[in-house]
Design a protein around this ligand. Structure first.
Ligand SMILES: [Fe+2]
Ligand SMILES: [Fe+2]
Length: 326
């Protein structure tokens, strides 16, 4: 037997082994078992998870910027403390998910580099400006609200660290959601100008919020794999519908009007029908052409650069302490 034939036999055996491993892996997922970082997993599974988790962590961190913008302008000390705590929570969510992603064999530095170079994406919603105090309400109510619907599903996903992170994060997101709603509640019960400010905010944030749940199922190329692997438990369109159904009655309680003339209750489906989403706007924002894309990325790059000396000093201090202890 020549070398070439031997090589072919070896390759075939490797392929069969791989196929067997993949079948066992899928069977574990189908049985509802959690996959842990040290378990065998297909390379595509690892890559998709890294993409999804890093994108999620980046969104938490970039998401601090639009709200951070209002900390110094909150209308009372209590509002300032609440907003500060909320923005700090988002930093915690980011760190938690970065740590989860690191268990898959990528470093934090690599993920940050991918964000700064534009290779990694983050949620489209954070590329819109925050123009009034009411926007702090709309973000908590709508953006955190949409995130909850999505993240409650991820809490049931097949990857252990991601699923466990979501259980804790969702509890905090619920608090953010109520805090946002309460800000709008106060404005809607206030002067006509305050109510107008709340309506203007809803008008600007409604469509971006329902877009942020991702492209429609037919334009979501990774969905099939992600759903087979139970990384994604429900499709973007299903999650979007659930978000709309739970949010419309809340707008009615506030006395605000959702800016969609085609929105109406469908008795047969027991759900709301809604108007056409402007997907061109969504893909423009995702691809860097939203109103605040440049500012957001620049703010993150500046933060990395300006904070470098702090990280270096902390590392040097840690090393010195370790040497002293030794
Ligand atoms: Fe968060
Ligand atoms: Fe949040």
């Amino acid at each position: 037997m020549c070398n070439f034939e031997l090589l072919l036999i070896n390759e075939k055996a490797k392929m069969e082994d791989l196929q067997k491993l993949e079948e066992e892996f899928q069977a574990r997922i189908d049985r509802g078992e959690k996959i842990e970082p040290k378990d065998w997993m297909p390379e595509r599974f690892r890559k998709q998870l890294i993409r999804m988790m890093s994108q999620h962590a980046h969104s938490e961190i970039v998401g601090m910027l639009p709200e951070g913008n209002w900390i110094t302008r909150a209308p009372s000390l209590q509002r300032k403390v609440n907003l500060l705590a909320k923005v700090q929570d988002e930093a915690g969510h980011g760190l938690y998910i970065y740590c989860g992603a690191e268990t898959l064999g990528i470093s934090r530095d690599e993920m940050i580099e991918q964000l700064h170079s534009g290779k990694a994406k983050y949620s489209s919603i954070f590329n819109y400006p925050t123009l009034s105090w009411a926007d702090m309400g709309a973000i908590g109510w709508l953006v955190d609200g949409a995130a909850i619907v999505n993240q409650t599903m991820i809490a049931k996903c097949a990857f252990g660290p991601y699923s466990r992170a979501m259980i804790r994060i969702c509890k905090e997101e619920n608090f953010h959601n109520k805090q946002g709603y309460q800000i709008l509640w106060a404005l809607c019960k206030g002067t006509p100008e305050q109510k107008e400010m709340a309506q203007d905010s809803l008008d600007r944030w409604w469509w971006p919020s329902i877009m942020m749940l991702g492209p429609t199922d037919k334009d979501s190329p990774n969905s099939k794999d992600l759903m087979n692997w139970k990384i994604k438990m429900q499709s973007n369109d299903t999650i979007r519908q659930r978000f709309i159904d739970r949010t419309v009655p809340q707008a009615e309680v506030l006395g605000l009007k959702i800016p969609d003339p085609d929105l109406k209750w469908n008795e047969e489906r027991r759900s709301y029908d809604f108007g056409e989403i402007d997907w061109e706007e969504f893909f423009n924002v995702i691809n860097g052409k939203g109103p605040m894309n440049k500012e957001r990325l620049q703010a993150r790059r500046d933060a990395e650069k300006n904070g470098r000396w702090v990280r270096e000093a902390a590392n040097t201090y840690y090393k010195k302490r370790k040497e002293q202890a030794a």
